[in-house]
Design a protein around this ligand. Structure first.
Ligand code: HEC
Ligand code: HEC
Length: 258
């Protein structure tokens, strides 16, 4: 009898822990379905501003697609590069809004223009269109960026860059010319080059927290992996500072040359 009740309590505890785990793992904000009027307005805007590249049905096959070095995203696959959420998860609505606002322009040639000139309401209406294409009924839960430490340890940053073998793709100096960069393909089986970490813009923005989030969550659909769990928060911050410094130094020497 005693054994049975112990066993029962044990099982109940394990069950509770599993439920807790499942809830935290998949803690996602449920979306409210789009306001039909906003969606209809967004669809008009989409036809005018986006379909030439992304295609009428969002499949990344608009008439302009063939002129671009990287394929406009097939929005129906629901895979996004710029996310504040863990790898494999949907982005947040804010992530999509930011991508539409800033565009995606990187040193490796993808060209999605900025739509900052559209009103905020227009950009939110476009977010609704994108999430409808992607069957995105919920947002991913964003990761928490730990606070930026006050002390900068560049030597640690350089060591982390070596230990995690960023150079294999991005090169020793971060120019994007690592040995593997010549053979990389994206999920569409298209050639893709590692980004230069020292020149050109970052697709996800170059504020320190944005750069941190890019390593931590990865760029889904591209060979750039997520480094969550591969280094401590302190190490990832040191790595961020190291890259920001490389970038600032490269920028300064560019200016000297001119
Ligand atoms: C000139 C072509 C072009 C136009 C116009 C364009 N895009 Fe894009 N878009 C791209 C390309 C190319 C990519 C892929 C960039 C990459 O993979 O780095 C992309 C990627 C995206 C992504 C994926 C972002 C991510 O995190 O992966 C979204 C969302 C998106 N576009 C939405 C839109 C919307 C909405 C519009 C209209 C307001 C639009 N795009 C207009 C070319 C375009
Ligand atoms: C297997 C090859 C590979 C490895 C290893 C790799 N990257 Fe990348 N990385 C890429 C590719 C490819 C891109 C370009 C993705 C794109 O534009 O879609 C990229 C893009 C980036 C970007 C640009 C993000 C943006 O917003 O545009 C940063 C920053 C970056 N990587 C940092 C790192 C760091 C730091 C490491 C090591 C911890 C690393 N990468 C390891 C392939 C790699």
């Amino acid at each position: 009898m005693k054994l049975a009740s112990l066993l029962f309590t044990g099982l109940a505890l394990i069950f509770a822990a599993l439920v807790q785990f499942a809830l935290t793992k998949h803690a996602v904000a449920q979306y409210v379905s789009p306001d039909p009027q906003a969606l209809a307005h967004g669809q008009e805007l989409y036809a005018r501003e986006c379909s030439a590249c992304h295609g009428a049905e969002g499949e990344g096959d608009g008439p302009g697609a063939k002129y671009l070095s990287q394929r406009p995203r097939n929005l129906t696959l629901g895979v996004f590069k710029i996310r504040s959420t863990p790898t494999g998860e949907f982005p947040t609505a804010q992530d999509l809004f930011d991508s539409i606002t800033h565009g995606l322009a990187g040193s490796n040639g993808a060209q999605m223009p900025s739509f900052a000139s559209l009103s905020e309401a227009d950009r939110w209406a476009l977010v609704e269109v994108v999430r409808t294409f992607a069957w995105m009924d919920k947002e991913g839960a964003p990761v928490t960026v730990p606070p930026r430490p006050e002390t900068v340890n560049l030597e640690l940053g350089r060591q982390v860059y070596e230990r995690l073998q960023c150079a294999a793709c991005h090169g020793d100096e971060g120019d994007g010319d690592g040995a593997s960069s010549l053979t990389l393909k994206d999920d569409d089986r298209r050639r893709i080059f590692a980004a230069s970490l020292v020149s050109g813009s970052y697709k996800g923005g170059d504020a320190p927290e944005e750069v941190w989030t890019r390593f931590y969550t990865g760029l889904d659909g591209s060979p750039m992996p997520s480094y969550a769990g591969r280094a401590s928060h302190e190490e990832l911050w040191a790595l961020t500072e190291y890259l920001l410094t490389l970038r600032a130094e490269a920028g300064a020497s560019q200016e000297e040359k001119q």
